[in-house]
Design a protein around this ligand. Structure first.
Ligand SMILES: [Mg+2]
Length: 212
C-alpha cells in the first residue's frame, strides 16, 4: 500500500476499537477455570517486559510457580481459540460504521497497535474488522516512531493513551489527534494535553470540516 499520497486514519486498537478491558476480564475467568488465579497472574505480569504482554507471560508463570508445561499450553490454546472466535463481541458498536464511512470518504485505515505480536494479531483476527483495515501494524516501540505513517500528507490519529497522543503531536504537529475516551476503560483520569478533540464515541465525519 502506498500511503505517501493518502489521507490516512491511524487508529489504535485496544480500548479504541476493542473493549479490551472487558475481554481481559473474560480471559482471566478462563485462567481461573484452569486453576490459575489473579494471585498467580498479576505478580508474573509485573515481571514481563512490556512488549511481550500476554501469551509468553504464561511461560513465566509456569517457571516461577512450577506449573506443568502441558497445562500452560492447553490454557494458551484455549485463550487463542476464545479470542479468535469471540473477539468480535468486544468491538465497540460504532467502529464498523465509523471505519466504513471513512473509507467511503477516501481515507486509508491503518490500525497501529502496541504489544505482543501474536496476541495483537489474534485479537485483530477475532475482531473481524480486517476488511476495514488497509494496514495492521504492531509495534513494540513508541507510536511516534512509525515515521512512514505519520509523514503522509493528511493524518488523523485516534488513541486512548494520552502519552501516545502527546508523543505523536510533539514530533508531528500537523497530525490531527483525537483522544478516544471509552467508558469504564483505563486512562479515565489521564488526559492528553495536545489532542485536537476528545470523544467517547466514533462518528464520521469527525468535526474537522477541512479534513473530513
Ligand atoms: Mg489503546
Amino acid at each position: 500500500m502506498n500511503i505517501n499520497e493518502s489521507r490516512t486514519l491511524v487508529v489504535d486498537f485496544d480500548r479504541t476499537i476493542l473493549d479490551s478491558d472487558r475481554l481481559y476480564q473474560d480471559l482471566y475467568h478462563i485462567c481461573e477455570n484452569h486453576g490459575i488465579g489473579r494471585n498467580l497472574l498479576d505478580p508474573a505480569l509485573a515481571l514481563v517486559p512490556p512488549e511481550n504482554v500476554l501469551f509468553n507471560f504464561f511461560l513465566m508463570v509456569q517457571r516461577s510457580k512450577g506449573i506443568e508445561a502441558a497445562k500452560i499450553r492447553h490454557l494458551v490454546a484455549e485463550l487463542r481459540a476464545f479470542i479468535r472466535t469471540k473477539g468480535h463481541r468486544y468491538v465497540f458498536d460504532d467502529v464498523r460504521p465509523f471505519l466504513s464511512s471513512a473509507i467511503q470518504a477516501g481515507w486509508k485505515v491503518v490500525v497501529l497497535t502496541y504489544g505482543d505480536h501474536d496476541f495483537q494479531v489474534a485479537k485483530l483476527a477475532g475482531s473481524e474488522i480486517g476488511d476495514l483495515c488497509h494496514l495492521f501494524t504492531v509495534t513494540s516501540t513508541p507510536k511516534w516512531d512509525q515515521l512512514e505513517i505519520f509523514n503522509t500528507s493528511s493524518v488523523i490519529f485516534l488513541d486512548d493513551n494520552p502519552r501516545d497522543i502527546d508523543g505523536v503531536k510533539d514530533r508531528f504537529p500537523h497530525v490531527v489527534a483525537v483522544e478516544v475516551k471509552r467508558q469504564n476503560t483505563k486512562y479515565q483520569t489521564a488526559h492528553s494535553l495536545k489532542a485536537n478533540l476528545s470523544v467517547n464515541q466514533l462518528h464520521w465525519p469527525l468535526r474537522f470540516g477541512e479534513l473530513g
